[in-house]
Write a protein that binds this ligand. Structure first.
Ligand SMILES: Nc1ncnc2c1ncn2[C@@H]1O[C@H](COP(=O)(O)OP(=O)(O)OP(=O)(O)O)[C@@H](O)[C@H]1O
Length: 691
């Protein structure tokens, strides 16, 4: 809109929630120098002159017409037809406008054309024509002036305003009901024309509505009525209340249960963003798994901190975390985490352990008469209703905390695991009191298959590439106006939350997680310390099942003052202890682990480096060394192995990769190893720890 400071008036927009905004009318004199009182008055009068000019024009037309057609019968017919035609056309063309404007226009045209016809035929001064002109023309011109003044000074009626807006966005025939106006939110029932348009048409028009109102796309949403294909509610939130970051000030419910809602931020109306992980049989809500999806820089790391700090602040939950990024974001929280696995192999072990604990936990819950995990399951079992004894007395078994298994940057883990395996784990986990949380660096179908995506019912959808929106959010939520692609990484922490327990009308409402500024580190350390001292410890069933698979790799949460990291690491120190090196040395990153070693015939190898004996071990000796190697791996908690883990060992002992592959298969037949879901990877069956 061109700005003309001289013709600025103020008006109140119904959708502006009472805010007064500047309106700049179309200035006929834009750029023209008009000084003094005369200039000012002329300027104010100009918009009202056109009806008067038209009235004068009609008088002149009547006079000139009489010179040409006075007393002509043919002209009489022609002029009458033209007059009726013009009036009819005015009425017809006024269909789209308000009824008053239509009537006013038609009366004006009818009166003007009738007088002109009469003046042309009889002369403008004949009979009552001059009086009619002198009284009628100013009256009609004035009526238009009054109309214009009223339009400018009055706030547009809701109906008029809505109609104009709806017309602009292609929903001219839609009916809009009484709008409910709350602070920073207008909610209006809307119904599109029966048989002509559907709720889809409204969804498609949301961008245009936002544009017509000069608002961001995410400010306009539509919630279709589930019982109708043409009715719903239009929600407009004019001001972005999330623009100013708000920072984490500590957990929302320290010492509460994991069954209480976790608060991960706030919605754009200031209300808290709740997320429930366990199901609630009373509320008819299932437990859930969560996908945290967002592009680089969208605020995934801090969203994870929001969720992890909430989890760690609850008394009856264990957190297992796997992170390939050396716990870059989560280090202050490590002391409170029950099992933290860093890197590929440690994650493989954790995934194997999760698969083992799920059936064990489900069995325990069943034996104690729980259909799903509830907070009472985490207490000592003193209720005879939940006893595993057959004599009807309370069993006193230790309680089983809820378990959250978190896979950070999980794309490759999920790929290795395969769709069927992941879908199976996800399905069974819910009845075992286990929630999986998966975060993805790039939320897209090339990172995660459709069926794996479908196994994660909840999503925290942060800003992403517009092409990836349909990966993050269900179509219904996108249709309702959610648009994470509009944020990209320009709005860190902005997110949509789709999860059971939240009113579906909220799904398309943006929220923002709390920011974790530098001050948050010390607060997180205090929280981790609290969790270490007061948080749940693993129950014998979960710990037993995990150790039976992971051996030493699962130690449970470190005790206060004990190993501060308490995690399965593949860092240099651990490598030195084991003597087997890391999963992949940085300088070996390019080596294809599947490639053949130089030679595989015992006795033929020339030592490459560090070869003490310079000779090939005898077959018995080699087998003994191999068994020792497996034991060392187990001792170090390196519970999933494959030929590539033996490369250095092969070098040192003058043995080849195919020889190792053959021994691995042999060990699997002997029961020392178990195949995993990944080809060429074997899980060590713990022999050192009691299963
Ligand atoms: N809710 C929030 N409020 C304010 N600032 C935030 C919020 N979330 C994240 N940020 C800021 O945005 C930036 C990016 O956040 P973060 O590192 O969490 O993104 P990311 O998605 O994990 O990025 P990457 O994938 O590159 O690690 C950081 O500077 C962070 O402090």
């Amino acid at each position: 809109m061109a700005r003309n400071s001289n013709s600025r008036v103020q008006h109140t927009d119904f959708l502006d929630n009472g805010r007064t905004t500047d309106y700049t009318g179309p200035g006929l004199f834009t750029g023209q120098a008009t000084g003094g009182v005369g200039g000012y008055l002329l300027q104010r009068a100009m918009p009202h002159l056109p009806p008067w000019v038209a009235a004068a024009g009609i008088g002149i037309a009547g006079g000139l017409g009489s010179l040409q057609w006075a007393e002509s019968a043919a002209a009489g017919v022609g002029l009458t037809l033209a007059s009726v035609g013009l009036t009819g056309a005015t009425w017809w063309m006024g269909k789209a406008t308000t009824p008053q404007r239509r009537l006013h226009s038609a009366i004006t045209v009818a009166a003007a054309s009738a007088w002109t016809t009469a003046a042309c035929l009889a002369g403008p001064t004949a009979g009552p024509l001059p009086d009619l002109y002198l009284m009628g023309a100013p009256a009609v011109a004035l009526s238009w002036n009054i109309r214009m003044i009223l339009r400018r000074n009055d706030a547009p009626t809701a109906e008029g305003g809505d109609k104009g807006l709806l017309e602009k966005v292609g929903l001219a025939r839609a009916q809009i009901g009484n709008a409910k106006v709350e602070p920073n939110r207008v909610t209006a029932p809307l119904a599109v024309e029966a048989g002509e348009q559907t709720n889809d048409d409204v969804s498609k028009a949301l961008g245009r509505i936002a544009s017509a109102l000069d608002l961001p796309t995410s400010a306009v949403r539509y919630q279709p009525d589930p019982g109708s294909s043409r009715r719903g509610e239009l929600v407009i939130v004019p001001e972005d209340m999330l623009a100013e970051a708000a920072y984490w000030e500590g957990p929302s419910n320290l010492g509460g249960s994991i069954a209480d809602p976790l608060v991960i931020g706030r919605y754009d109306d200031g209300s808290p963003m709740f997320l429930w992980l366990p199901g609630d049989p009373d509320a008819g809500r299932n437990g859930t798994h969560v996908l945290i999806a967002g592009g680089t820089g969208s605020g995934k790391g801090e969203t994870a901190l929001n969720l992890q700090t909430e989890i760690l602040s609850r008394r009856d939950v264990l957190l297992w975390l796997s992170d390939p990024k050396m716990f870059q974001d989560f280090r202050p929280l490590l002391p409170g985490i029950d099992w933290a696995a860093e890197g590929g192999t440690a994650t493989e072990v954790m995934v194997e352990a999760i698969q083992a604990v799920i059936p064990a936990r489900t069995r325990w819950l069943g034996q104690h008469n729980y259909r799903q995990w509830v907070p009472a399951a985490a207490q000592v079992q003193s209720d005879p209703e939940h006893s595993c004894r057959t004599d009807g007395r309370a069993c006193g078994c230790p309680g089983m905390p809820y378990l959250v298994a978190w896979m950070e940057e999980a794309a490759s883990t999920l790929r290795n695991l395969g769709d069927d395996a992941f879908t199976g784990i996800a399905q069974e986990a819910r009845s075992a009191g286990v929630s999986l949380i998966v975060s993805l660096q790039r939320p897209s179908y090339d990172q995660m298959s459709t069926s794996t995506r479908a196994s994660l019912p909840s999503v925290i959808a942060l800003g992403c590439d517009p092409r990836d929106e349909s990966f993050s959010l269900p179509d219904t939520v996108l249709d309702a106006g959610a648009h994470p692609g509009a944020w990209g990484n320009r709005r860190p922490g902005y997110c949509y939350l789709v999860t059971p327990g939240i009113d579906e009308t909220r799904y398309a409402s943006p929220g923002r997680t709390w920011g974790f500024g530098p001050n948050a580190v010390s607060l997180m350390e205090v929280l981790a310390d609290w969790a270490q001292r007061n948080g749940a410890t693993a129950d014998p069933i979960t710990a037993g099942a995990a150790s039976s698979v992971a051996g030493n790799a699962y130690t449970g949460r470190p005790t206060p003052g004990g190993n501060p990291a308490g995690h399965t690491a593949t860092d240099e120190d651990d490598m030195d202890d084991t003597g087997y090196g890391p999963l992949v040395d940085p300088e070996d990153a390019d080596i294809d682990p599947e490639a053949e070693l130089p030679d595989d015939e015992p006795g033929d190898d020339a030592p490459i480096f560090g070869q003490e004996t310079g000779r090939k071990p005898s077959p018995e000796e080699a087998r003994r060394l191999f068994a020792q190697a497996l034991e060392e791996f187990e001792r170090a908690g390196h519970m999933v192995v494959g030929p590539k883990d033996f490369m250095d060992w092969c070098d040192r002992n003058n043995l080849s990769r195919p020889w190792v592959s053959a021994r691995l298969k042999e060990a699997a037949l002997e029961g020392r190893l178990e195949p995993t879901k990944t080809t060429g990877r074997w899980r060590i069956v713990p022999a050192l720890t009691a299963a």
